[in-house]
Design a protein around this ligand. Structure first.
Ligand SMILES: NC(=O)c1ccc[n+]([C@@H]2O[C@H](COP(=O)([O-])OP(=O)(O)OC[C@H]3O[C@@H](n4cnc5c(N)ncnc54)[C@H](O)[C@@H]3O)[C@@H](O)[C@H]2O)c1
Length: 341
């Protein structure tokens, strides 16, 4: 496999993870350049081995000889950055962090990127990393192999360990847009069907300040899929015991459960108590393997011209589910989704 010349935009919580992984793949990647606004982050990228750094992504694209780029800037910048990359005379493949836009109610910008991807004929992979997690992958493959017969119900629990800063929410979107987004994708992926209808109930039980950005911290969703099956999702912004993400898929011939991962198998018992390790503390720890695998899969899709593991269609349909969830919260009624693209 020849080395892919790559750059990255954004070196924050997520981008720095991707930068570390790209730098650890010297046999596959030529890590050429990195862009961020923060000097300290740019210095770390240089230490990792990125040859040049920039504060202006347009300048970086114009000056650097890159074949593929990772977009890990705040979500509200994804549409304009993807558009610039896709209209650039150089043919550049894109790995873009999820979602494609914070504005899920108005799809204009996302659809513009969708059409540009099709016109440019480049690979576009969205960062739905859970698809490449070892445990989810195993469950997905078992569903495909027919081990639980026909899937009938999917149940997903996703709870973050703490409320993220309000300023970050302004840039990456509220609970349904940023966080539940992963669950919408996982639900579609596991059930092999698009979401047809959503009924949402949610509110603020943890952090009153979320009202200032029109967000919530607690959410319960009922889903119906196009193939007639059902789903349940529950979310919280604050599970005091760690990053709690579990999935169950129930089918005509059995059930698959994907439990939390922890870093210890030790169980402690005494006269009055028993204890097991809590789940891992945060997404970076839980999904490190998935972040590496999704990047390897993207690189392999570009180099070998094979399909990406999650496409621009997947993110647009997950965004439609988020928009329907927001509408259901407002109206108190179930909302149907048009999945035509
Ligand atoms: N897949 C996952 O599990 C996961 C987890 C966390 C975040 N994310 C996604 O990653 C993306 C980034 O989120 P984050 O939490 O890392 O944000 P962050 O605020 O921590 O980092 C943002 C980065 O973008 C850079 N940036 C901001 N404006 C820029 C500009 N105009 N030009 C160049 N660089 C600019 C900043 O300097 C910083 O390096 C979001 O889309 C978010 O949804 C995904």
């Amino acid at each position: 496999m020849s080395k892919l010349k790559m750059g990255i935009i954004g070196l924050g919580r997520m981008g720095m993870e991707h930068a570390k992984h790209l730098a650890s793949m010297p046999g596959k990647v030529d890590a050429l350049c990195a862009c961020a606004l923060d000097d300290e982050q740019l210095a770390i990228a240089q230490e990792l081995g990125f040859k040049t750094t920039y504060k202006d992504y347009k300048k970086m694209l114009d000056q650097e000889d890159i074949e593929a780029i990772v977009v890990a800037s705040p979500t509200d910048l994804h549409p304009e950055m993807c558009e610039y990359i896709l209209k650039h005379p150089k043919k550049i493949h894109i790995f873009c962090e999820k979602p494609l836009d914070t504005n899920v109610e108005d799809e204009t910008a996302s659809l513009q990127v969708y059409h540009l991807v099709k016109e440019a004929g480049v690979k576009f992979q969205i960062g739905f990393n859970r698809r490449m997690d070892k445990q989810y992958r195993n469950a997905y493959e078992q569903i495909q192999a027919g081990n639980i017969g026909t899937p009938q119900i999917v149940k997903i629990t996703s709870r973050d360990p703490f409320v993220i800063p309000i300023d970050l929410i302004k840039r990456i979107g509220g609970l349904l847009v940023d966080f539940t987004m992963h669950d919408f994708d996982m639900a579609r992926y596991m059930m092999g069907s698009n979401i047809k209808e959503i009924y949402a109930k949610g509110g603020i039980l943890i952090e009153p300040e979320l009202a200032t950005v029109n967000d919530i911290d607690t959410l319960a969703l009922v889903l119906e899929f196009e193939n007639g099956t059902f789903g349940l999702i529950d979310n919280s912004r604050q599970a005091v015991y760690g990053y709690d993400v579990r999935v169950e898929v129930f089918g005509s011939e059995g059930m698959l459960k994907i439990e939390n991962v922890n870093d210890s198998t030790v169980e402690y018992y005494n006269k009055t108590n028993e204890s097991q390790k809590n789940p891992l503390p945060i997404f970076m720890d839980r999904y490190e393997g998935a972040y590496i695998s999704e990047m390897e899969r993207f690189i392999s899709s570009v180099v070998n011209d094979t399909p990406v593991v999650c496409s621009i269609e997947d993110v647009i349909l997950a965004q439609r589910a988020a928009a329907a969830g927001l509408e259901s919260l407002l109206t108190g009624k179930p909302v149907t989704i048009d999945n035509q693209l």
